[in-house]
Ligand binder design. Structure first.
Ligand code: AMP
Length: 130
């Protein structure tokens, strides 16, 4: 089954487009956290951020920065959260989520580290950095 974002980019299924250029497509998330919640997507299909070529990633981030400024002004948000999740749709995308200090949404569940777990985790990750 073809990727839903590829279909949106090709115009095969509708979306509320806010921006398009040669490499990037941006449209409103169909289930917004707040109105104006936008997805910034490279037109070429890559699943994860680390699959995406560096030059294209730069384009996605710079476009996200431009659009974020416009969204914050247009929607009168207090700030715009920038999230990368990618669990539901396997086509790399950046969420731009207008937020209000008063919305009080919890971003994700948080816990405390056990004793030594924090240092051990940092050391473990450092071993894999190329
Ligand atoms: P995730 O892959 O976890 O970053 O989430 C994918 C996001 O894509 C969700 O927030 C969905 O609401 C959104 N989404 C899925 N299908 C569509 C669609 N047809 N149009 C707009 N947004 C969509």
């Amino acid at each position: 089954m073809e990727c839903v974002f590829c279909k949106i980019i090709k115009g095969e299924i509708p979306a509320a487009k806010i921006y398009e250029d040669e490499k990037i497509f941006a449209f409103l998330d169909i289930n917004p956290v707040n109105a104006g919640h936008t997805l910034v997507v490279p037109k070429e299909h890559y699943q994860w951020l680390d699959d995406t070529p560096d030059e294209l990633l730069v384009e996605v981030v710079l476009t996200a920065k431009r659009l974020l400024t416009a969204i914050r002004a247009a929607i009168a948000a207090d700030y715009v959260a920038v999230n990368v999740i990618g669990v539901d749709v396997p086509h790399f995308h950046v969420h731009l989520i207008p937020r209000y200090f008063s919305d009080n949404f919890v971003n994700w569940p948080a816990r405390k580290y056990r004793e030594k777990e924090m240092e051990e985790t940092a050391e473990k990750i450092q071993l894999y950095i190329k």
